[in-house]
Design a protein around this ligand. Structure first.
Ligand code: MTE
Ligand code: QUE
Ligand code: MOS
Length: 752
């Protein structure tokens, strides 16, 4: 059966923030943002704008009745700039008017006088100037200094990894509706409680006076985890000041300019091994381009540290994370949350090492895979390890040897084209690494007709979490899916919500919903036992019918529900779930932060046109550990989408800023994302057989982020393709590998 949303999406019936019918008297907000990347504010005058036609109010920091602070992990972010601006796109003032046109007209009348300050856009430069958001974060294990002496080969190099624009289809936005002493915010956010908390703080109100409601998002990908917050808070402030509903929905150019992206990283590494290629020592330093304020940067950086060794056993490791403050919009969560940058670095290092040892990289990868019982360098034991099984099933299904033979034959058969091949294994930790966030609640009501309403903290953003929770609840009650409706996410029904992020949405909220369902089921069993004069253990509900001691009775679900209601049994339950046994010690940087890991292996094959520098991704072939999938269609969709997004990141999505901190790739004509023509011709995804995951709802596994990192394989397949042209050494480790870069590399060798 298709997820409930599919038909609505196809027919264009699904509602997003901008689609909700606007209440009578709704005003429109438009943001006046900083035109400079770093400057002192000398004068801000909104008086002319205030007198402009249709304008009801122009808000500046002075209008904030509470605290002008929306920082999450670090309290370093104003909602509206006060004395200084630190990136282009930073909100300074907000025009609130009868129409968007009136607001835009008035915006031009705002006068801002700035005294420019030096602009930093490069993370290494920021580091040299001492501009760190937090002190260096260092994870290590073993004895690195001693280990280098035992290495037969050592490689070192520098890596540049680009950022990535989220490009969710629905831009950031919110609609705030005042209602007596409360404000209700309809927000396109992954984190309703973050919006609620920030709006309350800005207004100086208790959180109980702010209600946030989210039906669904047209995509988030991490970009609406923290960065939906300012727009929700601005709409709320405007609604409080004017006492009218206020809508704020960003245009695409405004969204691209104002919001942060995936963090670009500059990286130094050193990797050592013995003659056979067994890894001995790895040292890596991540210069994260954090942007102007902390946002989630420190948590993202930590995840890079956690995934520094990807799927490999390396006994001596030291990784240093530097959160470098620059004058760019605050970079933020994006699918993988720092994991991709960490994994890219170790893959780059392994490829370099393979070149030096004159071995194929996949030989090295395979030799060094983690084994059951190993210890990840941050202290967690490798448990329920599936990486070797994924690898061997991939080899069996897709045969490396034959692929290589076929590629060599092709490469030797003509001059213009070369094929390249790479393997990308992934081992991705599931849980927020900030342990406190691994909690969720669910509220379930069964109505008197036997239909069921389910509220959780999960945000539906296209990833199918609602359908997964629906399936889990239907399984507990053993009723038809049609009976179950997943409600909007609402902070008055389910409070203190963790963001739907870290791929944990279905796990945390699914488990909470299962507990709530079981609570009610137990009461139903008790009632049925009373009716049939047996004990509750004798009762079962199977496919909407009541069974006594394994025998079907005449009593159906609807009748049992009505009888229970009539005899005053509670048909509602609220339940709480917290992931057991996780912790992380931030003094020692050791612990057991993850509930479990997700494993998989991807084979990627590409063809480069040596004349044009263009290329195609011929195939991506995957064996992935899905656990027991709650819905294979959803999980396949997540895997394919994530692979494509990952390929986009390492091949064509190129963010360009000038020295003044201005985003030049600020539209879809200058920022290219993959389309159907850049999709791999062949995508094969196999489900690892006999999976096992007691931590996921019904043995399922998280899927949202891990397959993104299969995309990294495309980068190294392209690198190998270049090598097949004879471009061997010193191909700069610089992502994305755009066709321009391919052509430059080819020209440097005059190969065609
Ligand atoms: N899939 C779609 N279609 N749209 C999205 O915005 N976000 C991704 C992933 N898959 C996203 C998506 C990210 S960044 C995460 S963390 C997970 O979904 C979150 O949802 P989950 O925890 O329910 O998997
Ligand atoms: C993965 C994530 C997140 C994370 C850690 C992960 C994430 C997130 C936070 C976070 C951390 C500290 C806070 C906070 C949020 O950590 O999405 O509010 O105080 O928001 O490993 O995806
Ligand atoms: Mo996903 S980056 O954790 O929202």
């Amino acid at each position: 059966m298709k997820p409930a949303d599919v038909l609505k999406h196809v027919k264009g019936e699904s509602l997003f923030t901008d689609d909700f019918p606007e209440p009578q008297g709704t005003l429109y907000a438009y943001i006046f943002d900083s035109p400079k990347a770093h400057a002192k504010i000398k004068r801000l005058d909104v008086s002319k704008a205030e007198k402009s036609k249709g304008v009801v109010s122009v808000l500046t920091a002075k209008d904030i009745t509470g605290e002008n602070q929306i920082g999450n992990i670090v309290q370093d972010e104003t909602l509206l700039a006060e004395n200084e601006v630190s990136y282009i796109g930073e909100p300074v003032a907000v025009v609130v008017a009868e129409s968007l046109k009136d607001a835009k007209r008035a915006k031009k009348l705002i006068e801002l006088e700035l005294e420019e300050l030096p602009v930093i856009t490069d993370p290494r430069q920021a580091y040299e100037k001492g501009e760190l958001i937090v002190p260096p974060i260092i994870f290590s294990s073993g004895d690195l200094d001693a280990a280098w002496n035992r290495c037969d080969v050592i490689v070192e190099d520098k890596i540049e990894i680009g950022g990535q624009e989220h490009l969710y289809l629905e831009t950031q936005g919110a609609l705030a509706i005042p209602n007596e002493d409360k404000i209700k915010i309809i927000s396109s956010t992954q984190s309703p409680t973050a919006v609620q908390r920030a709006a309350a703080k800005i207004l100086g109100w208790g959180m109980h006076r702010v209600e946030v409601d989210v039906l669904r998002l047209g995509g988030g990908f991490g970009g609406k985890e923290d960065q939906a917050t300012p727009f929700g808070a601005i709409a709320a402030l405007a609604a409080a000041v004017t006492n009218r509903p206020v809508k704020l929905v960003l245009s695409r150019p405004d969204d691209m300019r104002m919001t942060g992206k995936r963090h670009p990283y500059s990286i130094d590494f050193r990797l050592g091994a013995d003659k056979s290629g067994k890894l001995i020592a790895y040292e890596v330093t991540y210069y994260q381009n954090s942007g102007a304020v902390a946002d989630l940067s420190t948590a993202v950086l930590e995840r890079s540290l956690f995934h520094t060794t990807n799927s490999y056993r390396i006994p001596n490791v030291k990784a240093t994370g530097l959160a470098c403050r620059t004058n760019l919009p605050p970079n933020t969560a994006f699918r993988g949350f720092g994991g991709p940058q960490g994994m890219f670095a170790i893959e780059a290092a392994l490829n370099k090492l393979a070149e030096k040892l004159n071995l194929p990289a996949w030989e090295l990868q395979k030799r060094n895979l983690i084994r059951e019982g190993d210890i990840f360098y941050y202290g967690q034991k490798v448990k329920d390890n599936q990486i070797e099984r994924c690898w061997s099933e991939a080899e069996e299904s897709y045969s490396i040897k034959e692929t290589i033979e076929k590629i060599n034959l092709f490469n030797n058969s003509q001059n213009r084209y070369r094929k390249g091949f790479a393997v990308m294994p992934i081992t991705f930790g599931i849980s927020f690494t900030s342990s406190f966030l691994n909690q969720a609640s669910a509220l379930i009501h069964i109505y008197t007709d036997g239909s069921v309403g389910v509220s959780t903290a999960a945000i539906e953003m296209g990833q199918g979490v609602n359908e997964k929770i629906r399936i889990a609840v239907a399984r507990v009650f053993s009723v038809n899916l049609d009976r179950i409706k997943i409600e909007s996410t609402n902070t008055t029904r389910v409070s203190n919500t963790s963001p739907t992020a870290a791929s944990t949405g279905a796990d945390l909220n699914g488990n909470a919903a299962i507990i709530a369902s079981k609570n009610i089921l137990e009461r139903l069993h008790k009632k049925a036992a009373e009716i049939f004069n047996v004990s509750p253990e004798d009762i079962e509900i199977i496919e909407e019918a009541v069974y006594v001691r394994g025998k079907k009775t005449e009593m159906k679900w609807e009748e049992l529900i009505w009888r229970s209601y009539f005899e005053r049994v509670s048909l509602s339950s609220h339940a709480f779930y917290a992931t057991p046994d996780i912790y992380f010690d931030r003094e020692k940087n050791q612990g057991q932060p993850f509930a479990y890991h997700v494993f998989g292996v991807a084979f990627t094959e590409v063809t480069i046109d040596g004349l044009l520098g263009t290329y195609t991704v011929d195939s991506v072939k995957v064996v992935h550990d899905f656990g027991e999938s709650l819905n294979p269609q959803i999980d396949l969709g997540q895997t394919e989408g994530a692979i494509m997004q990952g390929i986009g990141w390492v091949t064509m999505e190129e963010l360009v800023q000038n020295k003044d901190g201005r985003l030049l790739s600020n539209s879809l004509s200058t920022y290219k994302i993959p389309d159907i023509f850049s999709a791999p011709a062949d995508v094969e995804i196999r489900f690892l057989e006999n999976p096992h995951n007691p931590n996921g709802p019904f043995n399922s596994k998280a899927i949202g982020e891990p397959p993104f990192m299969y995309g990294i394989g495309t980068y190294f397949a392209l690198r190998n393709g270049l090598k097949a042209f004879g471009v061997s050494d010193n191909i700069p480790l610089s992502s994305p590998m755009t066709p321009e870069k391919v052509l430059l590399a080819l020209h440097s060798k005059q190969v065609v």
